[in-house]
Design a protein around this ligand. Structure first.
Ligand SMILES: Cc1cc2nc3c(=O)[nH]c(=O)nc-3n(C[C@H](O)[C@H](O)[C@H](O)COP(=O)(O)OP(=O)(O)OC[C@H]3O[C@@H](n4cnc5c(N)ncnc54)[C@H](O)[C@@H]3O)c2cc1C
Length: 472
């Protein structure tokens, strides 16, 4: 494959074979500097090399993977960030690369054998299937009504690749999801669960654009329970990241915090890591929008891109991993999922396909539940989750063997969870990072036009940017 710059050179000229070869050799020297070794950066680097580019990856942390990170806890492991993958029909690229690279994806849960999980409402643990019996028909009916309304919302979007083109798009964008939920007049318990759901998937409902949620339901509305979050990497997400890294020939330099990206008049880019410089023809910047403006761009980014990086709303999504020597939730006939009305948010088990008597429970808390603990120490946050699990499953603390907190909003290279467009932001900023700023291109989950906030979105953006640079 001949990269774009050379295709342009060849256009309109007849070249002798030797000149053609020397141009091709020159083409192989086209160099891309990729900023960030999360899944967007790793995919971009891999795909650019497939297209003949020479690649250098600069990563701030001492590890690759970014918001995918696998943590060993004794003989088991858990995920501090991205974890669950949808059916290949939905998360197509993650499944496809996993197949191609021999990365094992396995199913989650205890399908069919026991109840997957429970609600914890007003101090009562209620298995998912018993909601109607325990809390009444109205709650269950309103829960179904909420999900039907979500589907209807998705139908308002005519083109998920550009939701701004839908009828009444501006009006929907200016409305927040909380107003929409309020107008549904749900039973208070169904309303609490609806708000909880939005908080987990995006951010607090009053902080999410209704147009954004509609655009997500255009895509995810038709995804069934048997297709959603049904897979995870058997050996951890790091296996997926490593599979890319081991296939990238160029250097992946860790502990390299990019401080500036310059585009000199002479052409190309110079990417600065403190006093060190890396020269290339193009740069691919994959850092989350929340930390983009920590990098100094010279010339400055176009105003809308800079403004988008300053303003785009990231949800706060945090995790505490709690390892227990016994899977005590199985004694309750439950798979470890809990949806609580308290600040713990959600729990689930990460280790169903891992050996051992014990298991790791994830406590996943987001939006205001996470923001409320912004000043807390890790130890305080962990203790809070241990205590809430003890309340839900009395006696559980005696089995606790290890814990670990991952508060992504405090992480200097993430400073948030993932993009969730706030009211008014879709009409202003949708697609703003799809356009390069000169020789500076952008990738990352926040630049995808479908699977924003997912590993799939990060991978898709890496493929998109490689094709864009190669002029495909
Ligand atoms: C708690 C949590 C749970 C999640 N759960 C799921 C899930 O179950 N399923 C799912 O599909 N997705 C999930 N996600 C989302 C998913 O993890 C992300 O969408 C995806 O990993 C983002 O990849 P990325 O490459 O766009 O960004 P990142 O992974 O953030 O990569 C960007 C990289 O840039 C680096 N960087 C930042 N600044 C600099 C700098 N100045 N110089 C050099 N490098 C820099 C960072 O260190 C990082 O490695 C979750 C996310 C979180 C936070």
């Amino acid at each position: 494959m001949i990269p774009q710059l050379i295709r342009k050179t060849l256009k309109g000229f007849t070249l002798s074979t030797s000149l053609f070869i020397s141009v091709l050799v020159c083409a192989e020297q086209q160099e891309a500097i990729v900023v960030g070794a999360g899944m967007a950066g790793l995919t971009a680097a891999y795909e650019l090399e497939q297209r003949g580019y020479k690649v250098t990856v600069l990563e701030a942390r001492d590890r690759i993977g970014g918001r995918i990170g696998t943590l060993d806890m004794g003989d088991q492991h858990g995920e501090i960030g991205g974890e669950l993958i949808d059916h290949p029909r939905v998360h197509t690229l993650v499944n496809q690369y996993s197949d191609d690279f021999g990365v094992e994806l396995v199913d989650t849960g205890y399908w069919g054998k026991i109840e997957e999980g429970a609600y914890y409402i007003d101090g009562q643990l209620i298995p998912y299937g018993s909601l109607k019996r325990e809390l009444g028909l109205l709650v269950r009916q309103d829960q179904i009504r909420f999900h039907n309304e979500l589907d209807k919302l998705g139908e308002l979007i005519t083109d998920s690749a550009d939701p701004r083109t839908s009828p009444n798009a501006a009006m929907l964008d200016n409305q927040n999801v909380q107003e929409w939920i309020d107008n549904l007049n749900l039973h208070p318990t169904a309303k609490m669960l609806a708000e909880h759901y939005v908080r987990a998937e995006f951010d607090d409902a009053d902080n999410v654009s209704l147009l954004y949620m509609a655009s997500q339901y255009k895509i995810y509305g038709k995804v069934g329970d048997n297709e959603s979050e049904i897979l995870r990497f058997l050996h951890g997400g790091r296996d997926f990241a490593n599979a890319f890294a081991s296939r990238i020939n160029g250097p992946i330099l860790l502990n390299h915090v990019v401080t500036a990206v310059n585009q000199p008049n002479s052409g190309g880019v110079i990417v600065k890591v403190g006093n060190k410089s890396f020269a290339g023809d193009v740069a691919v910047v994959t850092v989350p929008s929340t930390v983009l403006n920590k990098i100094k761009f010279n010339p400055a980014l176009p105003a809308t891109q800079k403004e988008a990086a300053d303003n785009l709303n990231s949800g706060t999504q945090n995790k505490v991993l709690l390892q227990y020597s016994k899977r005590f939730w199985l004694d309750y006939g439950l798979g470890g999922d809990t949806v609580s009305d308290g600040q713990i948010g959600w729990t689930w088990e990460s280790t169903e396909r891992q050996e051992g008597e014990g298991g790791i429970l994830v406590a996943y808390f987001s939006g205001s539940y996470a923001d409320a603990q912004i000043e807390w120490t890790d130890e305080e946050v962990i203790q809070d989750k241990v205590d809430q699990i003890e309340q839900m499953y009395p006696g559980s603390t005696q089995y606790l063997v290890d814990t670990s907190a991952h508060l992504w909003h405090r992480d200097p290279y993430t400073m948030g969870g993932f993009l969730a467009y706030a009211p008014g932001q879709m009409m202003k900023y949708w697609g703003v990072f799809l356009e390069p700023a000169g020789n500076v291109y952008f990738a990352g989950e926040h630049t995808d036009d479908e699977h924003i906030g997912f590993i799939e979105g990060a991978v898709r953006s890496g493929v998109r940017v490689a094709k864009q640079i190669a002029g495909e």
